[in-house]
Design a protein around this ligand. Structure first.
Ligand code: APR
Length: 305
């Protein structure tokens, strides 16, 4: 891939260097995960204790499932959609009452300033679109609850119909009438379950974006799930990469068996590309916005939520 312009190289791996670099950027690629929505009240998946995967034991027992991820597997959904629907109702998916966080508004600010290439999000909560980020600037890699599809007649349900369907019965059934009788097929929310293909335009879109990006910002993700976790290793080698996350992830080559896993070099003596901002995402972004001189704008956007 083409090397980014010289202005996109940072001389030292510090937040200040990233902040002044960001002012020259034209194509910031943002990769987000569940960690950017936890302060909105939506649990992430893997944080010990509070993550979804630590709170589904009753479903694993009731439905005799070996792993929490099974609840989100397409194979199980096809056999029996009830476990997923039971969890979705408990998680109050889709939840219109949650509001975007500082992180979502920061991404909107990047878009307003014309420097957001695209936000690839693993989240299904549609919080980016609540901030008004143009749809073509957000790629929902794991789909969302924006709509649902009948697995029998392929009828589409919009967000409102889907929400009613999920919360009205045991399992959302298709009400499209086929010669006078309701189809009765199972409605599947348009999220990407394990074992399902990603949106078909993902690979061509991401490969173009990876080549163009002059800054990669990774926020609120453990980078455990492929192929999204290949993005950090696929941007040009001199493109600065900023990880904003409670803890460092993907820093130890020994812990990653599959070669696709990314690797960050925060602690390497020759590191000139990777910067880590630890702790709470909203605090880190407040600090970064202040360094950029963007905090007043961001605070106003958050205040308007
Ligand atoms: N501040 C900073 N970091 C946070 C915060 C916060 N307020 N809340 C959570 N985090 C961090 C966690 O420490 C963790 O490293 O965000 C990360 C969330 O990781 P996961 O729970 O694994 O979520 P994610 O990476 O989005 O999961 C990816 O896995 O189950 C599948 O399809 C599902 O899209 C999901 C995918």
């Amino acid at each position: 891939p083409p090397e980014p312009s010289p202005t996109s190289l940072i001389k030292c791996a510090t937040v200040d260097a990233i902040a002044s670099h960001l002012k020259n950027c034209k194509n910031v690629l943002v990769l987000t995960g569940a960690g950017i929505s936890t302060s909105a009240g939506i649990p992430d998946f893997r944080t010990p204790g509070s993550g979804v995967y630590d709170n589904v034991q009753k479903y694993l027992d009731k439905y005799h499932l070996q792993s929490a991820q099974k609840l989100f597997s397409y194979e199980l959904f096809q056999q029996d959609p009830e476990p997923f629907y039971a969890l979705a109702r408990e998680m109050k998916y889709p939840n219109a009452n949650v509001k975007p966080t500082i992180a979502h508004h920061f991404i909107k600010l990047l878009s307003d300033k014309g420097v957001l290439l695209r936000n690839y999000t693993q989240n299904i909560d549609m919080l980016q679109s609540q901030t008004g980020i143009p749809d073509n600037k957000v790629f929902e890699v794991h789909g969302s609850f924006r709509s649902g599809t009948c697995m029998k007649c392929a009828a589409k349900l919009d967000k409102t119909q889907l929400k009613e369907a999920i919360f009205c019965g045991e399992v959302a059934k298709c009400m499209v009438s086929v010669e006078g009788n309701a189809c009765g097929g199972v409605i599947k929310p348009d999220i990407v379950m394990f074992g399902e293909a990603l949106p078909q335009d993902y690979l061509c879109t991401i490969s173009k974006d990876e080549d163009k990006c002059d800054l990669l910002v990774v926020m609120g993700t453990s980078l455990q799930v492929a192929p999204v976790n290949k993005i950090p290793n696929s941007v040009p080698s001199s493109t600065p990469r900023l990880l904003i996350n409670r803890e460092k992830v993907c820093t130890n080559p020994e812990t990653y068996t599959h070669m696709s896993a990314p690797l960050f070099f925060f602690d390497h003596p020759d590191n000139k590309t990777d910067v880590f901002m630890g702790g709470d995402i909203d605090s880190s972004l407040t600090e970064l916005a202040k360094k950029l001189g963007w905090w007043e704008e961001l605070e106003k956007m958050v205040g308007e939520k």
